[in-house]
Design a protein around this ligand. Structure first.
Ligand code: SDX
Length: 438
C-alpha cells in the first residue's frame, strides 16, 4: 500500500493490486481524536476483495460520540470527561444522563431524570413467575438473559424502535429494572422473598436494599458501601465497541426490540474472556491460595500449551494500565477499611500477583496490565456480594452503555443491518452422493 497522500480536501491511500496493476484510491476518515480510518466500504464493489480482520483488531465498526479509549496511554473518556473525574465527582445517575444525552445534567435535568428512573424500578408483578421456572442453583446470568429477554413480552408499549419516545422509555425501563431483576435473581437463589425497590433510595442504595433487606429486618445501608457500589457502576458503564456492546449493536441493526438486544449483550458479557472475568479472578485467587504459589501460576499463564490465563490481566485495547483498575484499587482499600478488614488474604495475593506480573518480561513485552476486573471482585466479595453475582453487577452497570450505543446506532442515518462476510475454506461445489454410494 502506498503512503497516504494529501489531496485538495481530504487524505487518501492508494491500494495497488500487484496481480492486476490496478489501483484504487480510498478516503481516510478522521474523528475528533484517535486513530484515523481507511474507508473500505466501497472496496468489494470496486475490487471484488473483502478486508480480512478476525476479532476486528483493526476495524472501526461505526461512528460514535459516546466513549473514547486511548489504550496506549490508558485513557478512558465518556463524552470528553475522564473516567477518573467522573468517578471522583459524579454519581451513576449523572453518568447515565451524560452517556444518554451527551452532557452532564443540570440540577433540574438530574432531578427529572432520577425521578423517571426511580419510578421505573418496579417489575411487572407477573414477571415474578419467570424466576420460579429456574433451578435455585441456576447461574444468575442465565436468569438475567431469560428475564430481560422476556421484558419484550411485557412492555409492548416500548418496543417500537422507530418511535423516539418509546426508545427513551425502553432505555429508562432497562436502566431502572436491571438492579431489581438482579436482586430478584439473587434472592431466588438463596430462597429469600423478593424485596421491592424503595423510591426514597438512590440507585445504588436501592440495589443494596433489594439485595440484603429481608421482611423481618431492614438492611442498614452504609454510605461508604453505597458510594463504592455507585462508583463500581460508573466504572463499568460503557467502554466503546467491546464484545457485548458490539453484540447489542449487531442485534439492534436487525431492528430487534431493545429488550432482546440487551439480553443478547448480557449473554455476550457472560464469557470469562469478557465480563465473566471478575468472577474468574476470584476463582483464580482462591485457586492460588497463597503468595508462595504465585510463581507456579505465572508459569502456567506463560505456557502456550496451558489454556490457563491470568484472569483480570490483559486487554484488547489497553496496552497500559486500565484507568478503571486504578480507581478500583483505591476504592478497594477504602471499602476494606470501612469494613474493618485489615488483612484480606485475597487482596494480599492480588497485590503480590500484580507486582510480580508487572515485573515479569512476558507480561511487560505483551503489555499485559490489570484490567477493570482485577480488583472489582475483591470489593464486591468484601461487600457480601456472592461471586456468582459479580458479572450480573457488570451487566447492571453496562446496561446504560448498551442502551446509549443502541440508540446512537438506531439514530445514525447511515445505519443498516450488520452483515459481515467471510473467507471461505470449505469444499468447492461437488456432485451429490446418494445414500447407497456413501
Ligand atoms: C473486559 O473490550 C473491552 O473493552 C472489555 C472490557 C469492557 O469494559 O467492556 O474492558 C471488559 O472484558 C476486560 C477483559 C477481561 N478479561 C480477562 O481478564 C480475561 C484474561 N484476559 C485475556 O483473555 C485477554 O487478555 C483478553 C481476552 C482480554 C484480550 O485478548 P486479545 O486482545 O485477543 O489478546 P490475545 O488473546 O491475542 O493475547 C495477546 C497475547 C497472547 O500471546 P501470544 O499468542 O501473542 O503469544 O497475550 C497473551 C496471549 O496468550 N495474553 C495472556 C493474557 N492475555 C493475553 N497471557 C496470559 N494471561 C493473560 N491474561
Amino acid at each position: 500500500m502506498n503512503d497516504a497522500k494529501s489531496t485538495a480536501n481530504r487524505d487518501t491511500v492508494t491500494l495497488t493490486d500487484n496481480s492486476t496493476g490496478k489501483s484504487l484510491e480510498l478516503p481516510i476518515l478522521g474523528g475528533t481524536v484517535g486513530p484515523r480510518a481507511i474507508d473500505v466500504s466501497k472496496l468489494y464493489a470496486e475490487t471484488g476483495y473483502f478486508t480480512y480482520d478476525p476479532g476486528f483488531t483493526s476495524t472501526a465498526s461505526c461512528d460514535s460520540n459516546i466513549t473514547y479509549i486511548d489504550g496506549e496511554v490508558g485513557v478512558l473518556m465518556h463524552r470528553g470527561y475522564l473516567i477518573e473525574d467522573l468517578a471522583e465527582n459524579s454519581d451513576f445517575m449523572d453518568v447515565c444522563y451524560l452517556l444518554l444525552h451527551g452532557e452532564l445534567p443540570d440540577a433540574k435535568e438530574k432531578t427529572r431524570f432520577e425521578k423517571s428512573i426511580t419510578y421505573h424500578t418496579m417489575l411487572h408483578e407477573q414477571m415474578n413467575n419467570f424466576f420460579r421456572g429456574f433451578r435455585r442453583d441456576s447461574h444468575p446470568m442465565a436468569v438475567m438473559v431469560g428475564v430481560v429477554g422476556a421484558m419484550s413480552a411485557f412492555y409492548h408499549d416500548s418496543t417500537d424502535i422507530n418511535d423516539p419516545h418509546q426508545r427513551m422509555v425502553a432505555s429508562h425501563r432497562l436502566i431502572a429494572k436491571m438492579p431489581t431483576i438482579a436482586a430478584m435473581a439473587y434472592k431466588y437463589s438463596v430462597g429469600q422473598p423478593f424485596v421491592y425497590p424503595r423510591n426514597n433510595l438512590s440507585y445504588a442504595e436501592n440495589f443494596l436494599h433489594m439485595m440484603f433487606s429481608v421482611p423481618c429486618e431492614e438492611y442498614q445501608i452504609s454510605p461508604v458501601l453505597a458510594r463504592a457500589m455507585d462508583r463500581i457502576f460508573i466504572l463499568h458503564a460503557d467502554h466503546e465497541q467491546n464484545a457485548s456492546t458490539s453484540t447489542v449493536r449487531i442485534a439492534g441493526s436487525s431492528n430487534a426490540n431493545p429488550f432482546a438486544c440487551i439480553a443478547a449483550g448480557i449473554a455476550s458479557l457472560w464469557g470469562p474472556a469478557h465480563g465473566g472475568a471478575n468472577e474468574a479472578v476470584l476463582q483464580m485467587l482462591n485457586e492460588i491460595g497463597s503468595k508462595d504459589r504465585i510463581p507456579e501460576f505465572i508459569k502456567r499463564a506463560k505456557d502456550k500449551d496451558d489454556p490457563f490465563r491470568l484472569m483480570g490481566f490483559g486487554h484488547r485495547v489497553y496496552k497500559n494500565y486500565d484507568p478503571r483498575a486504578k480507581v478500583m484499587q483505591k476504592s478497594c482499600h477504602e471499602v476494606l477499611g470501612e469494613l474493618g478488614i485489615e488483612h484480606d488474604p485475597l487482596l494480599e495475593i492480588a497485590m503480590a500477583l500484580e507486582k510480580i506480573a508487572l515485573e515479569d518480561d512476558y507480561f511487560v513485552e505483551k503489555k499485559l496490565f490489570p484490567n477493570v476486573d482485577f480488583y472489582s471482585g475483591i470489593i464486591l466479595k468484601a461487600m457480601g456480594i456472592p461471586t456468582s453475582m459479580f458479572t450480573v453487577l457488570f451487566a447492571v452497570a453496562r446496561t446504560v452503555g448498551w442502551v446509549a450505543q443502541w440508540r446512537e446506532m438506531i439514530e445514525d442515518p447511515k445505519q443498516r443491518i450488520s452483515r459481515p462476510r467471510q473467507l471461505y475454506h470449505g469444499y468447492a461445489q461437488r456432485d451429490y452422493v446418494p445414500l447407497d454410494k456413501r
